[in-house]
Unconditional design. Structure first.
Length: 597
């Protein structure tokens, strides 16, 4: 494992160094300025990040999933598991419909008696709390789940989600061997849950087992592209992560099972000194908890072969950016934890990778700005230097420039291309609708993500800037509905991008006309940002893509029983609620009548 990791890091550095050297040769052909050194340094850092992702994908392509070992499991399993669903001002019926679907499917399993469900509410809105209590009581009665399906609401939202889980561990954790942590949008197949428990039973040193959640239920073009990309590419990238991280694997905060005693003994999170955004409670607690478990000599593992693990995602770019803003703040907080004593080396590297996931955008932005400034600030060419009798004309390094450009495109595109073609011409194509739809979906996803990349870069750069100047993101609830995104709302969120794109176009045209064509792939999406955000957040357009078969996923073409059950329960809860309200109103009127005696 140490040799594999060393080769991985070495390869990333070598690829980045080659790119930086080619760029150095190209930009310094006709002289060196201070800006060139800034450009080269920024490009080197960016290319390390690109190479990191490229190498992870290649490792995943050539790795194989872990095979379970049922023979190592206890003949009679006695472990008990709590299934935890933390909620915070969510769509109540949608949350309880997912809980009911998992509960009902798990009830048909012979292992059902070993599971209890907990809805851990941190909701702060009175109407949400009242509805959560009402729907919980209604669901307990309908499922006959008394003593199996619990609900509680914390009046004080201390520590946010991490504090919510810590409260459960403190008050109820002693009754359970494991806890399966979900998100409010999580959904898992019963046999997947049972299999995860089995893998924990077979290895007493395994403290955290992370599944690969895939996105379902999205209608907008943006959401459909996300779920297609997750279904097609994420399992391969996760195999790469699993092969490299080994026993210091990741925790993504949900759809993972944890050994309660190990967690209780190892994962008490500090409150960072100072004020948010860098102080206070740790927002991205999951990466830190994984590192603390590894520090305590427990195994932390991701098993991408675990199918039947699902989640939803924001359906438009604005909601995605809002969630990303919180994650960005949490990941940047990790910079304060890097010197923590006893952390495993790869845990520190994982924390750095999480930080770079957000710093990469402003670094790219700075590189682009410096590259535009370079020709503007460059001195006038001197074709007759004093030490030469003959004129000296600029030298062209076209071949090296093209080689650099080709290399960056390889780092960006080759992994997805290999995965797409590998899926299009194997048995895997059938679950995505066939060879043509796999290739068409991958191509359209590539075009769409390329157009949206400058917009996402600007949102992430803005998030990093806000954090650096001391703005706290808080913990906003996520809107997961597939509602239409009006252009007016999109414009209010992105007007500053329109101005930025227009400024880039004007500056390049006025001061560096040779660069106008090179700036168009960045500037035009920014100028059109409100329109792009609105179009990609339009469920009608997404439905049109579905009719064409684009972005088809296995779970959409052939929904699993737990997905169908979740939809059924959402309708059923609405029916039950509608029937219960008149009875409740009648009882309240009766209680208000005077005593006949």
């Amino acid at each position: 494992m140490a040799l594999k990791r060393l080769l991985f890091v070495f390869a990333a550095l070598v690829l980045a160094a080659i790119a930086a050297w080619l760029f150095f040769v190209v930009v310094t052909t006709n002289g060196i300025t201070d800006l060139h050194f800034v450009q080269i340094g920024l490009l080197f850092v960016c290319c390390i990040w690109l190479s990191w992702g490229f190498n992870t994908a290649l490792v995943g392509i050539f790795s194989r999933d872990r095979l379970p070992h049922p023979e190592r499991r206890p003949a009679v399993a006695t472990s008990r598991t709590a299934v935890l669903m933390p909620v915070y001002n969510e769509d109540v019926r949608a949350v309880f419909a997912r809980v009911a679907a998992m509960y009902e499917e798990l009830r048909r399993s012979p292992d059902f008696e070993r599971f209890d469900f907990y809805i851990l509410s941190d909701s702060t809105k009175a109407e949400n709390v009242a509805e959560e209590r009402r729907v919980h009581d209604m669901l307990v009665a309908d499922l006959a789940a008394a003593g199996r399906l619990y609900y509680r609401n914390r009046e004080q939202n201390v520590g946010r989600k991490a504090g919510n889980i810590a409260d459960f561990v403190t008050n109820h954790g002693g009754a359970y061997d494991y806890m399966l942590i979900l998100d409010a949008d999580s959904l898992m197949r019963a046999d997947t849950i049972v299999e995860m428990v089995g893998r924990m039973d077979e290895d007493p040193e395994l403290a955290l087992l992370q599944s690969q959640p895939l996105i379902i239920g999205r209608r907008t073009p943006f959401g459909r592209a996300l779920q297609f990309s997750a279904a097609l590419f994420s399992p391969i990238f996760s195999r790469g992560i699993a092969a490299l991280q080994g026993h210091e694997g990741p925790f993504w905060g949900h759809n993972a099972i944890i050994r309660v005693r190990a967690f209780a003994a190892s994962c008490g999170l500090p409150t960072l000194s100072g004020k948010p955004p860098f102080g206070g409670h740790i927002l991205s607690h999951d990466y830190v908890e994984a590192a603390l478990l590894a520090r305590a000599a427990y195994k932390v593992r991701v098993d991408p072969d675990l199918e039947g693990s699902f989640e939803e995602a924001p359906s438009n770019i604005i909601e995605y950016a809002k969630r990303d803003r919180r994650w960005c703040q949490g990941n940047l907080q990790h910079a304060r934890l890097l010197p923590a004593p006893g952390l495993k080396s790869w845990s520190r590297i994982s924390l750095i990778a999480g930080i770079m996931a957000y710093l990469a955008s402003p670094i790219w932005l700075m590189f682009l700005i410096v590259s535009l400034l370079d020709p503007v600030l460059a001195p006038e060419p001197n074709y007759f230097p004093a030490n030469s009798l003959f004129p000296v004309f600029p030298q062209a390094e076209t071949n090296k420039a093209l080689l650099l450009l080709f290399g960056i495109f390889v780092l960006l595109l080759l992994p997805k291309t290999l995965i797409a073609f590998g899926s299009a011409f194997t048995e895997r194509r059938k679950s995505f609708g066939g060879t043509g739809l796999v290739l068409a979906g991958a191509f359209v996803e590539l075009i769409l993500t390329s157009i949206l990349a400058p917009i996402m870069m600007m949102f992430q750069s803005k998030a990093v800037y806000e954090i650096l100047v001391g703005a706290d993101a808080g913990w906003p609830s996520t809107d997961r509905d597939d509602d239409h995104m009006p252009v007016s709302v999109a414009f209010r969120a992105s007007w500053w991008m329109v101005l930025s794109g227009a400024a880039v176009l004007y500056a390049s045209y006025a001061y560096a006309p040779d660069l106008v064509l090179w700036t168009l792939p960045i500037a035009l999406p920014l100028v059109a940002a409100p329109l792009m955000i609105s179009l990609t957040g339009n469920p009608v357009l997404g439905d049109g893509l579905r009719r064409l078969g684009l972005f088809t996923t296995p779970f959409e073409a052939h929904p699993e029983s737990v997905i169908r059950a979740s939809s059924h329960w959402r309708s059923r809860l609405a029916t039950l609620d509608a029937a219960a309200r008149p009875r409740k109103a009648a009882m309240e009127r009766t209680e208000g009548l005077p005593d006949p005696a």
